[in-house]
Design a protein around this ligand. Structure first.
Ligand code: ADP
Ligand code: MG
Length: 241
């Protein structure tokens, strides 16, 4: 039953000490779906994403990816790729090395590594940048490389944590289009954290609106916008009418 879902979150809770940050969350993400986690700062979006990635141990519940219980799996064994707000590139390495590093550590053959880098470079249009260092790139170019690092790993699920929030408005809308294009092309599952309503409405198949570690509403963008379930959702994203 779980295999029809790309990501299944069951009764997930997370406490930091005595503070309950995520409260019994249940989310089913369909295969190939673009799910946006939307909510104000501090509502638990990054914490939830980090739980899915395996970067935080959860206090209660279970996480399944592609039907497999990964609750206690290492991050590297979960079939996920993560793109953060800060680019998290290795400053001393060229773009090509940044892309290939994890693959070399994993022991992939050189020819396969080259193939994957060429594929990512083409999709993300970063071919001309492969020999540059991160310091020689613009913010938008760095973020493309960061996405490329997830892409070359050939993962089932992409996790994005506010990848565009350090960029100016023009670049943000350009990369929004880029990410949408990437999703259409790859057709894999994406879970995307943002506090930006426009980003959520334009990217998402469905939006989970969060507040205080709880999901207030999980619906497609039009439903959220036109029929917000409560005052919080209405004031945060809903139609002004
Ligand atoms: P968001 O990404 O939605 O802005 P976070 O997931 O970063 O929110 O944080 C959710 C809540 O958990 C916040 O109240 C934050 O202060 C708290 N929190 C996050 N990380 C820790 C931590 N390591 N220890 C204690 N509290 C934390
Ligand atoms: Mg955050």
């Amino acid at each position: 039953m779980t295999s029809v879902h790309s990501v299944l979150i069951k009764d997930l809770s997370l406490n930091f000490g005595s503070i309950s940050v995520l409260k019994n969350l249940n989310i089913e993400v369909a295969d190939g779906e673009f799910l946006v986690l939307l909510g104000p700062s501090g509502c638990g979006k990054s914490t939830l994403l980090n739980c899915i990635a395996g970067l935080l141990d959860i206090s209660d519940g279970q996480i399944f990816i592609k039907g497999k219980n990964v609750t206690w799996e290492e991050p590297k064994d979960r079939g996920i790729g993560m793109v953060f707000q800060s680019y998290a590139l290795y400053p001393q390495m060229t773009v090509e090395k940044n892309l290939s590093f994890g693959l070399r550590v994993a022991g992939l053959p050189a020819a396969e590594i080259q193939k994957r880098i060429a594929h990512a470079a083409e999709i993300l249009q970063i071919g001309p940048l492969l020999n540059r260092k991160p310091a020689e790139l613009s913010g938008g170019q760095r973020q493309r490389v960061a996405i490329g690092r997830a892409l070359v790993r050939d993962v089932d699920v992409f996790l994005f944590d506010e990848p565009l929030s350090n960029l100016d408005a023009k670049l943000r809308s350009e990369l929004r289009v880029e990410i949408k294009r990437l999703h259409h092309k790859l057709a894999n599952t994406m879970i995307y954290v943002t506090h930006d309503q426009i980003e959520a409405l334009t990217l998402a198949d469905r939006i989970a609106v969060m507040k205080g570690g709880l999901i207030q509403q999980l619906d497609d963008p039009l439903t959220i916008y036109n029929r917000p379930r409560n005052l919080f959702v209405a004031s945060f994203i809903g139609s002004p009418a």
